[in-house]
Design a protein around this ligand. Structure first.
Ligand SMILES: Cc1cc2nc3c(=O)[nH]c(=O)nc-3n(C[C@H](O)[C@H](O)[C@H](O)COP(=O)(O)O)c2cc1C
Length: 169
């Protein structure tokens, strides 16, 4: 096997994985932080529950993203789960836009950890980062939930599925 054919196989496997993951419907969140490392936020679908004893969620993010160093320094974050009306905010926080421009949109307040909380999120989890591991290109943060804020029961969810946004009642 030549080096070229090995690289081609790795790339084919990567693309097949991405195609597979595009079929896994996911809630859309804006994960925020603030502190000595600075104010930052990014759109993330790679968020899930780990355990309720103690309440813990995990968040995965790319180590090469502009926000990575800020999360590592601050060690606090808030997971803000988006409602159907937040699609444009999801795009805004989804890359390329400077951090200060991202927070110019939306109604934000400071949560207990100092991380920005989106007032009309479906739910927000204010967290302290307990552990971090590296896996391939990504950091996986294990986050202890220290505060939860709910939206209303009428909120529709924003869901990402097959590379498009959908609304869920
Ligand atoms: C729907 C959606 C889901 C995303 N999920 C993640 C994720 O789980 N983890 C991640 O690192 N980036 C994710 N991204 C990309 C980040 O939001 C983006 O890389 C981040 O804003 C940093 O961009 P920057 O390096 O240009 O600042 C997602 C983007 C979108 C639009």
């Amino acid at each position: 096997m030549t080096m070229d054919s090995v690289n081609e196989e790795v790339e084919a496997t990567r693309l097949a994985f991405r195609e597979g993951m595009s079929r896994l419907a996911a809630a859309v969140n804006i994960v925020t932080t603030d502190g000595p490392g600075g104010l930052a936020g990014f759109t993330a679908s790679a968020v899930c529950s780990v355990t309720d004893r103690p309440p813990t969620v995990l968040v995965c993010f790319n180590r090469s993203s502009s926000v990575a160093g800020m999360f590592e320094r601050n060690r606090v974050l808030c997971v803000n789960t988006l409602a159907a009306g937040h699609e444009s905010m999801s795009r805004l926080f989804g890359g390329s836009t400077p951090q200060e421009d991202r927070f110019a949109v939306g109604d934000w307040i400071v949560g207990n950890t100092g991380s920005p909380r989106l007032v009309d999120a479906i739910v927000s989890f204010d967290c302290e980062v307990e552990n971090a591991i590296e896996s391939g290109t990504h950091h996986v943060l294990f986050c202890r939930v220290i505060g939860i804020a709910h939206g209303t029961d009428d909120d529709e969810a924003l869901v990402y599925f097959r590379r498009r946004y959908h609304h869920l009642k």
